[in-house]
Design a protein around this ligand. Structure first.
Ligand SMILES: Cc1cc2nc3c(=O)[nH]c(=O)nc-3n(C[C@H](O)[C@H](O)[C@H](O)COP(=O)(O)OP(=O)(O)OC[C@H]3O[C@@H](n4cnc5c(N)ncnc54)[C@H](O)[C@@H]3O)c2cc1C
Length: 415
């Protein structure tokens, strides 16, 4: 055999699995089809890399949206504190921000990539770039190596598939691992977008393109029942809505979006969640006294961003040209109600290529959670987003990649 272990994919999961197995004495080769390692990692956290979350283990289970229990051993073998310690030891100090989000102190994802490269080199992993694996070879249900696109074969008794999901395909994550695993008898849960912007039916959202709203609350309803609620920041786009709370909502309501073609999910934005309806009415009365000589459309500047005013008035149905002193109590209450219930209809999500993560992937029932070895083919392991696991924003997805990378590396070395 050419090597003890072949790792396919040089993202966070593949890099950590290769370095971990090599540190335990295996002769490891890491194959990456791009010209450099960690192309997607480079984009994470808008280039700042929200590498993990500093909350406790229960937060992790609460924030994993698909198959949290499957990840128990992986998180136990290498947790968020272990990752921070490793990065620190590789010369990358970290900092904790709002919501326990951990970033490199430099705010540079490239520093995390450099640290992982250092870890690989220190442990003498052979790194081959611009090498695309075509398929995995096996005999008698035991891995024997890989075939490359070039027609070449590399042999090893163990292979880790760490090829990622299918989102942002320009970074190399094009779902290759799914077809490799399928050829070996594995089943794949259909890949779908998760953490994805939402497409909205109403045309007025286009007028607000580029407007971001902070400290708003959004409820998602199906058949008049609240299915999820989020508080924080969002942004209007040319197709609908995006931003942190929308991405999170998209994961929480994805089943309802999928099943609701003729009964769509409704979103309601509360622009003033800190105020009750009564408090908001009192606030409107104060503003109306201040601006009593003005037209209504010029009397809401203290309360709303300029772009939002005409939309709110349009949705409330109140004549925007009315003088403030002509507004009666019912109209004022209607306005307050609209400010707390801006309605939008979800018609779908943006495509998988634009998702932050892929939900779906290798069926976890076919993977041993304690080792991440395939239950079908001996010597075959999985790590990272290629597995049917995904989480909310906050550093949880990268921690999944690192924890499963670590556990698969240790398991391959100890098997
Ligand atoms: C814009 C964006 C921002 C994000 N920000 C964050 C964040 O701040 N925090 C967070 O926790 N998560 C974030 N994520 C999610 C996170 O980046 C992924 O969950 C993580 O990168 C998955 O790691 P992975 O190693 O499993 O796969 P990937 O990072 O996708 O790596 C897979 C690698 O395998 C290679 N490969 C694929 N097929 C082959 C083949 N046939 N032969 C050889 N090589 C192959 C690919 O080229 C790629 O380099 C973000 C994602 C995106 C798109």
């Amino acid at each position: 055999m050419d090597y003890d272990l072949i790792v396919i994919g040089g993202g966070p999961a593949g890099m950590l699995s290769a370095a971990t197995a090599a540190a335990k004495g295996l002769n490891v080769i890491l194959l990456e089809k791009n010209e450099k390692l960690g192309k997607k990692l480079y984009l994470t956290g808008k280039g700042r890399c929200n590498v993990t979350n500093y909350g406790d283990i229960n937060d992790f289970f609460d924030n994993v949206t698909t198959n949290p229990k499957f990840l128990y051993s992986a998180f136990k073998s290498f947790d968020n504190y272990g990752l921070v310690e490793l990065l620190n030891s590789l010369g990358v100090p970290t900092k904790v921000e709002q919501g326990n989000r951990v970033f490199p102190a430099s705010d540079k994802s490239s520093d995390v990539i450099k640290a992982l490269q250092k870890h690989l080199q220190k442990n003498k992993v052979e790194i081959e770039l611009l090498i695309k694996v075509k398929k995995i070879t096996f005999q008698n249900k035991q891995v024997t190596g890989v075939f490359l696109n070039s027609g070449e074969q590399i042999t090893a008794p163990k292979v880790i598939i760490a090829t990622g999901g299918m989102s942002y395909p320009q970074t190399g994550s094009t779902g290759d691992g799914y077809s490799m695993a399928r050829q070996l008898g594995h089943t794949i849960k259909a890949p779908k977008p998760a953490l994805i912007p939402l497409v909205i039916k109403e045309n007025w959202v286009k007028k607000l393109q580029g407007l971001s709203l902070k400290n708003v609350s959004i409820k998602a309803l199906l058949n008049n029942k609240v299915k999820a609620e989020q508080f924080g920041e969002m942004i209007f786009t040319h197709f609908g809505v995006s931003g942190p709370i929308i991405l999170t909502l998209s994961s929480l309501i994805r089943d309802y979006i999928a099943e609701s073609t003729n009964k769509p999910v409704q979103l309601f934005i509360d622009l003033k969640p800190a105020l009750t309806l009564e408090q908001l009415d009192a606030r409107l009365q104060r503003d109306f006294n201040k601006f009593s000589g003005k037209q209504l459309k010029n009397a809401l500047d203290d309360l709303l961003p300029q772009k939002m005013i005409s939309v709110v008035l349009y949705l409330s149905g109140i004549n925007i040209h009315k003088q403030v002193n002509q507004i009666n109590r019912n109209e004022r209450l209607l306005l307050a109600h609209t400010l707390k219930n801006i309605p939008m209809t979800v018609t779908g999500t943006r495509p998988l290529s634009e998702a932050i993560v892929t939900s779906g992937g290798i069926n976890v029932k076919e993977i041993n959670p304690s080792t991440l070895e395939s239950k079908i083919i001996k010597g075959l392991y999985f790590a990272g987003e290629v597995i049917d696991v995904d989480a909310l924003t906050g550093g949880y997805n990268l921690q999944i990649a690192f924890s499963t990378g670590f556990l698969s590396g240790v398991s391959a070395a100890e098997a």
